[in-house]
Structure formats: C-alpha cells, structure tokens
Unconditional design. Structure first.
Length: 455
C-alpha cells in the first residue's frame, strides 16, 4: 500500500517522497487512517518500525487542513532529551512545506530560550515531562487551544516515574482533544491507566507484544564477568564487521570504564549517560552518526527512541534484568527492516535474567564462543589480596611467637623506684614529723583615718 492511499495531505506526501520513503511500515499503514479520522489510538509495535512517523504524518495532515487560530495545537511528550530531539528532526523533515513553528523543551540546558519560544507562540511543542511542568508553573506555556496530545514511549515514561508529572500536565489541558499513545511495549497494568487520558481508544498492535525485531540476529557469549572487557576488545580487534557498535552498560561508571579501556586499545569511543551534559551527549551522538567514533558506550538512557542509521551491532555488556529493556536495547539495530546483530555477554549471575528473557520471547538464544579467546584466564587480584597482611595487635617483634626462656628473669625494681643498682637506704615507716604550726597573724588594726578611730 503506498502512502497516497492513506489520505495524507499533498504537501506531506511531497515531504515523505523527498525523504526517500515510498511505502509505509505496518504500524504506519494501520495507525495513520484512524489518527486522521480524529480517533484516540494506542499504537504498539516493535522498536524501529517507524512509530514516530505513524503519529507525525497524520497530525501534520490535520494541521494542514485547518487554519491555525493561534496558540499551541500539538503537544508531544517523550521520556528523554534524545528522543525529543529525534522527534523534532522528524517533524521538521515532514513539515518542511508547512508554515509551522516548532519548539522543544527539555532539561539540561538553560530555561530562557525555551521560555521565550513558548511565550512567542508555537504550533507544535515537543517536551520531556519534568521541564514542561516547570514551564507551565511559570506561566510560559499556553495550551488552552490544544488539539492533539501524544505520549511517545508511554510505558517508559511510566516506568521512570513520570506518571505524577504527566497527570498534572494532562489536568491542565483541554478536555476536548485527541490523545495518542505509542510504544514498543505496553503492559496490561499500564494500559489500564490509559483510560485516564483517552476516550474509547483504538488499539493498533503490530506483531507479538514486546517481541524483538525479527531482522536482528541474537547470540549469547557465556563469559565470566572479569573477562567481559577482554572479550569485547578481542571481538572489536578481530572482527571487521563490527563497524558501528552500540555498547550498553548497567551503570554510568561502567560506561566510562569500558570507554577508557577501549580507547587505550586504539578503539575510538564516545559515552552517553546521565552524567554527561546536554552538549556532550549531542556531540557524542553526532560523532557516532558521522562515523567519527566506532563505539558508543551508553546506559539505558539511549535505549529508547535513539534513531541512528547504520548501527551494525548492539552489545549488551551488562545483560539487562528486564526483558522489555532488552527489546528496546537491541531495537537500536535492524531498524526499518534493516539487518543487525545483537551480542550478549552473560556471566553466571546473569543466567537467571537470560532464562527469563527466553521465556518472554518464547525461544532460546544461540550460544557462541569466540575463537582464539582464553576463557580460563584468572581474575585480577583484588585490592584486598594485593595489600600486605596486617598485624592484628599493633607492631609485634619478629620473635614474638618464639617460646620464652624459663631462666630469663626480669630485673627487679628497687623499692624506692630509683632504678637498678645497689640497695639504698629504706624510707622511714614510723611517725613522721609534722610541720610546725603557723603562728597566728596579729590582728589587723587598719590603716589611715579609720584605723585611728578604731583605736
């Protein structure tokens, strides 16, 4: 089915063709018609199937048909700054032939430019929940004429604890509006909460719920934890097919450590996590997109919504404990029907998470061993093992544990405590002389005139 059959505005179709797209993905073909009709929609599809265009194209078509009366008409809420930037890029590309003003609102940067953009009036606002709520409390945003609300990656926002902020935002919006929710996963518990925000929504689900993309090849390397970094370096230095690699770690410190070790091995890296400033995160993404770095090491902050073309491999350096996080991580490769690889390092403590994932997706993952890699290498010594043994009770003599000579006797101390030597005179033990009693002082007769009268 071509895009022309979906009822999109001619100017939107022109922008889509200029972007190089000819046929819609399954989620786009299923969601665009009901969104154009004004129906509330819940869109569920695998990561990398084009969900952003599934709500962007039909909303832009509605904006093109009805002339603006002033004020913000569309509000898109996303969980991360990176996803906000990505959505804005898509909107700008598809709305290039429409006279629309677009603003993005997120934390990590100064408030003043965002506040000025909101006060000047924007047709479309794309924002993270926290910063958006701050702007609304300061009176910078006017949503009194809002027509469309989009919650992108809705499950992730709720998992991250944004539900209270989202509720406050929604309470301030007009009751008469269209509300769309799009995500790769949507549990039944979270789906029940959508009744707070939507009216008789239509559920559009493509493929199995929470299933990884079928174009991604998934393998598992069972490796001790202390050898994970060595295995990663081994694969990168010996396998030329690992050209554009996204590595996921569990912690920010772990991401910095992996990147540092890879840099020391001659592999160009960048890092992406919450401790990096917004400018640093954008620079890391841009360098990765431009092939200036071979490896991008990130935490799960990059697992949602980051659309980077050409990622050849996703490496789960730390295997994710939740199956949903695994789905989103490996969804960074194999996007838009492209082919990709997911490489998973699993140590003994993570086998339980791996088995849970295999039950979740209904099949086992292929096990693999790296050729020429020593899996039996010993773990490096811990700081406690490197530290010399401490004595438990202060400093002891080298001969402290030797048996003592029974003939050895301590020198006897003198009774008068004057040290060693010959006997000295004994102190008298009888009655000691008492000090002479002091004579009473003569009675003071006073001095001066008063003394003369006392006489």
């Amino acid at each position: 089915m071509p895009f022309k059959a979906l009822g999109l505005d001619p100017l939107i179709l022109q922008a889509v063709q200029e972007a190089g797209y000819t046929e819609p993905t399954p989620i786009q073909a299923a969601a665009i018609p009901p969104v154009i009709a004004g129906t509330d929609v819940i869109g569920i599809a695998q990561t990398g199937t084009g969900k952003t265009a599934a709500f962007t194209l039909p909303i832009l078509t509605q904006l093109a048909k009805v002339k603006s009366k002033g004020g913000t008409r569309v509000l898109v809420i996303a969980p991360t700054r990176e996803l906000v930037v990505q959505i804005e890029e898509n909107v700008i590309a598809y709305a290039k032939h429409l006279p629309l003003r677009i603003a993005k609102v997120y934390g990590g940067v100064g408030e003043r430019p965002q506040m000025q953009a909101l006060k000047s009036g924007c047709d479309i606002v794309i924002a993270t929940p926290g910063r958006l709520l701050d702007m609304m409390r300061q009176g910078a945003a006017d949503f009194s004429k809002l027509e469309h609300l989009v919650l992108d990656e809705a499950d992730r926002m709720l998992d991250m604890g944004f539900l209270p902020d989202i509720r406050r935002v929604v309470q301030a919006l007009p009751k008469k509006r269209q509300t769309l929710l799009f995500s790769a996963t949507l549990s039944k518990e979270i789906e029940a909460l959508t009744h707070e925000f939507q009216k008789t929504p239509k559920v559009v689900q493509i493929g199995k719920r929470s299933n990884p993309a079928e174009t991604v090849t998934q393998v598992v390397y069972e490796v001790p934890r202390h050898l994970k970094l060595e295995l990663l370096k081994h694969l990168l230095l010996r396998d030329d097919t690992l050209q554009m690699v996204l590595v996921f770690t569990r912690t920010k410190h772990g991401a910095d450590k992996v990147a540092k070790k890879l840099e020391q091995s001659g592999v160009k890296c960048a890092t992406l996590h919450a401790n990096r400033s917004q400018n640093q995160r954008l620079r890391a993404l841009n360098d990765f997109k431009a092939w200036k770095v071979r490896v991008l090491v990130a935490t799960d902050i990059a697992a949602r919504g980051i659309d980077v073309d050409g990622i050849s491999h996703v490496v789960n350096f730390d295997f994710p404990p939740q199956p949903e996080d695994y789905v989103h991580r490996i969804g960074r490769t194999g996007r838009a029907q492209a082919i990709g690889d997911a490489v998973n390092f699993v140590c003994g403590e993570e086998m339980g998470s791996l088995k849970s994932l295999e039950r979740f997706i209904g099949r086992g993952l292929v096990r693999k061993r790296a050729e020429g890699f020593d899996y039996s290498a010993a773990a490096p010594a811990t700081p406690e093992e490197k530290r010399p043994e401490r004595r438990q009770f202060g400093h002891q003599r080298p001969d402290a544990n030797k048996p003592r000579n029974p003939e050895h006797k301590k020198p006897q101390r003198r009774p008068d405590n004057r040290g060693s030597g010959g006997p000295g005179p004994a102190r008298p033990q009888g009655n000691r002389e008492k000090p002479a009693a002091e004579k009473p002082k003569p009675e003071s007769k006073g001095k001066g005139l008063m003394g003369w009268f006392r006489r």
